[in-house]
Design a protein around this ligand. Structure first.
Ligand SMILES: Nc1ncnc2c1ncn2[C@@H]1O[C@H](COP(=O)(O)OP(=O)(O)O)[C@@H](O)[C@H]1O
Ligand SMILES: [Mg+2]
Length: 256
């Protein structure tokens, strides 16, 4: 049996009397893409926040690569190889796409203040930047200022900056939110090609069911903080409760 890369067991987060995440358990296998779906407020972001260390769980346990990471601070968890997408405002608009990636790489290698000196003289960083530009199909935009590229391309730069930290596990929170259908298609294709490199395991939250069933090896459906169903896209599609919820018969509708 393959050892899971991530083991989540009975994870719970309470805010006052409300359980945003309640008793969620899931094993994630190396190199799989697991989609997490569910209506707004289902607890997806809170779940991520506990995996990345931004929030301390109320109870339960998170094990990553056989180490207990429950409640560790974000920088420790990130160092161990768990990375989540930043928001676009982490991008430096005055710098080029390539320079943004070099900053992220230089920060990862230990010194962000002198990034220019280090990056411009450091061959491994140059080569890694080239590789990331290539993997994200951003090579043609490498010398453009990040401030002038499209919204969709900015989100790709954001993903490149996440990958610069050499994560084994990547958490993507609604990576296609606000994108045009074309941009959404690019991100979907990209996540699939990154997954195919065998270097990454992805957790991805997403509202677009087309995207979910296209990229995911397995799907976890969350509802009111709890795990409702965990299975292959096919199993999830056929599940009566999911069908009810997604057909709009339930009290709560799945937001678009
Ligand atoms: N910092 C917080 N303080 C209080 N309640 C929160 C906080 N973060 C999230 N919640 C609540 O937890 C529930 C789950 O939210 P969230 O994890 O953002 O869901 P999702 O990402 O699935 O839309 C919601 O009811 C939300 O209002
Ligand atoms: Mg959310």
């Amino acid at each position: 049996m393959t050892q899971p890369i991530l083991q989540v067991s009975h994870l719970t987060k309470r805010f006052g009397g409300v359980a945003a995440v309640l008793d969620v358990s899931v094993d994630v296998l190396p190199h799989e893409t697991l989609a997490i779906i569910g209506p707004n407020g289902a607890g997806k972001t809170t779940f991520y926040n506990m995996l990345s260390g931004r929030m301390t769980p109320s109870s339960g346990k998170v094990t990553f690569e056989a180490q207990d990471i429950t409640g560790l601070p974000p920088h420790r968890i990130s160092r161990m190889g768990v990375s989540r997408s930043f928001q676009i405002n982490n991008i430096f608009n005055e710098m080029t796409v390539r320079e943004n990636i070099e900053v992220a790489l230089t920060a990862y290698h230990g010194d962000s203040r002198r990034w220019y000196n280090i990056a411009s003289r450091n061959r491994p960083i140059q080569q890694e930047a080239d590789m990331l530009l290539e993997r994200l199909s951003l090579t043609d935009l490498a010398v453009r200022r990040a401030g002038v590229i499209s919204y969709g391309d900015k989100r790709l730069v954001e993903i490149a900056m996440v990958l610069a930290t050499r994560p084994h596990l990547v958490l993507l929170d609604e990576p296609t939110a606000g994108m045009t259908p074309d941009e959404t298609h690019r991100v979907t294709a990209l996540v699939k090609s990154l997954a195919a490199t065998g270097d990454y395991t992805f957790l991805i939250t997403e509202h677009d069911m087309g995207v979910v069933f296209d990229v995911a090896d397995r799907v976890l459906v969350m509802h009111r903080g709890q795990s409702l169903v965990l299975g292959t896209p096919q199993e999830v599609k056929m599940h009566p409760e999911v069908r009810r919820a997604y057909l709009g018969d339930a009290e709560e509708e799945i937001a678009p």
